[in-house]
Design a protein around this ligand. Sequence first.
Ligand SMILES: [Fe+2]
Ligand SMILES: [Fe+2]
Length: 164
Amino acid sequence: MKRVEALWQNRIYRHYYQILQEDEQARVFCCHDMQHFLDVARIAYILSMEQHMGIAKEVIYAAALLHDLGRVKEYDRGIPHAMAGVAIANEILAALPEEAEFTETEKEAIVVAIATHQEETGAKEASLARVLQKADRLSRPCYLCRVRSQCKWPKEKMNTTIVE
Ligand SMILES: [Fe+2]
Ligand SMILES: [Fe+2]
């Protein structure tokens, strides 16, 4: 996973990641840290394997590592994080060293997945965007959450039981 490691080591990635961790230090709701990104990556990879989608593991992990960085601009300037995340992802993906570059097609799929990761389309369409969105939701154990009654997630989105 050389390209994912390069993404994680990237100076711009670390910059946004650090700010996001500082922004969420006192957050009572689910946080957006490496634990969340890896939960999403692993679940998305499982979903893609179950559906025989043939999406490269590195592409799934890259999308998961990048998908919530836009929260930095949501907290700071009120820009919806999926939208802000697209610009940040483009900036980081363009800054990766040549040997760790994603192809144009892969970058496009990653960016589309970030842009639409909150959209509950209900579509069975097999795409990186849909597995990322589904994995993002499945990653949260709402049934354990002490602040569930104050969470902004709609009731129908919450995982109230252990889901597979
Ligand atoms: Fe998100
Ligand atoms: Fe997320």
